[in-house]
Design a protein around this ligand. Structure first.
Ligand code: UDP
Length: 247
């Protein structure tokens, strides 16, 4: 049997990934299909932690643009990630995948509080751990949460699930000549302003040498490919010098 390249991974799902074609809310069928892909990877013996966003329900920046207090709007966003985490846990549980949700904002009736050593212990026991409520701080994103938790639990890689199959030099949906990067350095990601993650998250990954694989979640089997180390999407890492649009 092939051995997975990565032993412990953080899967970053945007809130929109759970929304399906409507673009908002939660589509249980979509969540179920993501859970099937995750189960495939867990069965390989890979330790899987998940950070899920909240953009399908609420984004703090959007609220503050309409006059809300930014911190309040951000706390609402963090609560949205808890809703998504519970939906994901439900779908994984239905797949018989043992799952724990840990929240950065305490709400013991619905989930465990985030305790780093406990999260690692769950992973070692083969449980999927979903990190909810972001970092627990306003003015941050769930991309930054993924970078922070990846550093804390010493994940081998962040698997960044997107709706496109990697990082392009311009929007492939608007520009037919857009070129896809196969490999990219973090500094290039920052300098070119490619918008894969926000700059706080990118810097955290760069400083802590956490590699990133950006791939299309809508192609079934891609999470497994990324975990196995097969060529999928775009690889971003500290070991890459410059940017390459060829394999
Ligand atoms: N958020 C926050 N602190 C965090 C993580 C998230 O304040 O550490 C808030 C922020 O308002 C953000 C919202 O939660 O807009 C949803 O997260 P994000 O936008 O990262 O979700 P995604 O784009 O991945 O769906």
């Amino acid at each position: 049997m092939d051995v997975p390249r990565h032993k412990r991974v953080i899967l970053k799902l945007s809130g929109e990934a759970l929304a399906g074609s409507k673009g908002y809310g939660i589509d249980p069928e979509v969540v179920y299909s993501i859970a099937v892909q995750i189960k495939e990877v867990v069965q390989l013996g890979v330790e899987v932690a998940i950070v899920v966003g909240g953009g399908n329900i609420w984004r703090g920046v959007a609220g503050s643009a309409k006059g809300m207090d930014r911190a309040t709007a951000d706390y609402m966003g963090m609560l949205a990630t808890v809703i998504n985490s519970l939906a994901l846990q439900d779908a994984l549980t239905k797949q018989n995948v043992d799952t724990r949700v840990q929240t950065a904002i305490e709400m013991r009736e619905v989930a465990e509080p985030y305790i780093r050593r406990r999260a690692i212990r769950h992973l070692e026991k083969g449980r999927v751990v979903i990190f909810a409520a972001g970092t627990g701080n306003p003015y941050f994103s769930t991309d930054t949460t993924a970078a922070l938790r990846a550093a804390e639990i010493e994940a081998d890689v962040i698997l960044m699930a997107k709706r496109v199959d990697g990082v392009y030099d311009s929007d492939p949906l608007k520009n037919a000549d857009a070129k896809k990067f196969h490999k990219l350095s973090y500094i290039d990601l920052l300098n070119r302003g490619l918008g894969v993650m926000d700059s706080t998250a990118t810097s955290l990954c760069m400083d802590n040498r956490i590699p990133l694989v950006v791939f299309n979640l809508n192609e079934s089997g891609n999470i497994k490919k990324a975990v196995m180390g097969e060529e999928v999407g775009t690889y971003v890492g500290g070991d890459i010098i410059g940017a390459s649009t060829t394999g």
